[in-house]
Design a protein around this ligand. Structure first.
Ligand code: ADP
Ligand code: MG
Length: 263
């Protein structure tokens, strides 16, 4: 609870409108093509510190490409991404320094099969953050406890359920002390009964004040947790607003059709 308070203070959350917050990510006219296919056709968005933004949209609309551009797994063709006021589309930018501050969780957990949970969470801390083994272990145990896996530190990935593996992947990202967390369909590969535990961890993270950009098809998560919902289709932002605006009063027919089809 103390941590939540500290995060809130740091975020300047006085209950005022979100617009008053400083933006942590500012995307301007982002474009990306693969060969002849224009995938992102001029995306602009602002994400405030502490904000939870859920991105919805049909398959193929460019959601993953957008997230991958945000942490520079893809190089955009044009446009600008300011992350904590730094232009991360610039050529000279140090990508490791960017990715330390921007954690990403994918649909596939990508854990190292030959390492137990503890060492999966320790590895990048030592390699990227140059932490000592002792410090990395301390942080790893703390983050594993945070995702409810304190007693699974010495389990290997194939001894864990999909939901547990995904929570290890979340702990691994959190161990880097990211300023933003990106989630790309983090629960889509999980059996339905395992989805809830992962969503609960994401919910707690949101409540603790983490800035999050979440691509998901979990409509109840979007409704309950999002500060803002962005609906994307065909490489453009069609509409954005509060969950209430998007779910109850969508202004675009395309949004209405999508919401109607999935909920
Ligand atoms: P979404 O996550 O919304 O389903 P994606 O960003 O994965 O959408 O993909 C959008 C479009 O870009 C799709 O048509 C996909 O085939 C294409 N695409 C994505 N990545 C690549 C790539 N590396 N090479 C070629 N085409 C790609
Ligand atoms: Mg995708």
């Amino acid at each position: 609870l103390l941590l939540e308070q500290q995060l809130e203070d740091a975020n300047g959350d006085d209950g005022g409108p979100r617009d008053d917050r400083t933006s942590i990510i500012r995307v301007t006219d982002l474009r990306k093509s693969f060969g002849e296919t224009d995938v992102l056709k001029g995306i602009s968005m602002d994400i405030a510190r502490g904000e939870v933004v859920v991105i919805l949209g049909p398959s193929g609309s460019g959601k993953s490409t957008l997230l991958r551009c945000l942490n520079r797994l893809e190089r955009p063709d044009s446009g600008q991404i300011l992350f904590e006021s730094q232009d991360i589309t610039a050529h000279k930018v140090e990508l490791n320094r960017v990715r330390e501050r921007m954690g990403m969780v994918f649909q596939s957990f990508n854990l190292f099969p030959h390492l137990d949970s503890l060492h999966n969470v320790m590895l990048a801390q030592m390699k990227v953050c140059k932490r000592t083994k002792r410090e990395a272990e301390r942080v790893a145990l703390c983050q594993l406890a945070r995702v409810g896996l304190k007693d699974r530190a010495d389990y290997f990935p194939d001894e864990l359920s999909g939901g547990q593996q995904q929570r290890v992947a979340i702990a691994r990202a959190l161990a880097m002390d990211p300023h933003v967390m990106l989630f790309d369909e983090a629960t889509s590969a999980l059996d339905p009964e395992l989805v809830r535990d992962v969503l609960d961890v994401m919910r707690e993270l949101a409540q603790a004040g983490m800035t999050m950009v979440v691509v998901t098809h979990e409509m109840s998560f979007a409704r309950d947790v999002a500060d803002r919902v962005i609906f994307m289709e065909d490489g453009v932002v069609v509409e954005q607003g509060t969950p209430e605006q998007i779910f109850e009063h969508p202004s675009s027919d395309r949004t209405r059709a999508f919401i109607g089809a999935v909920s």
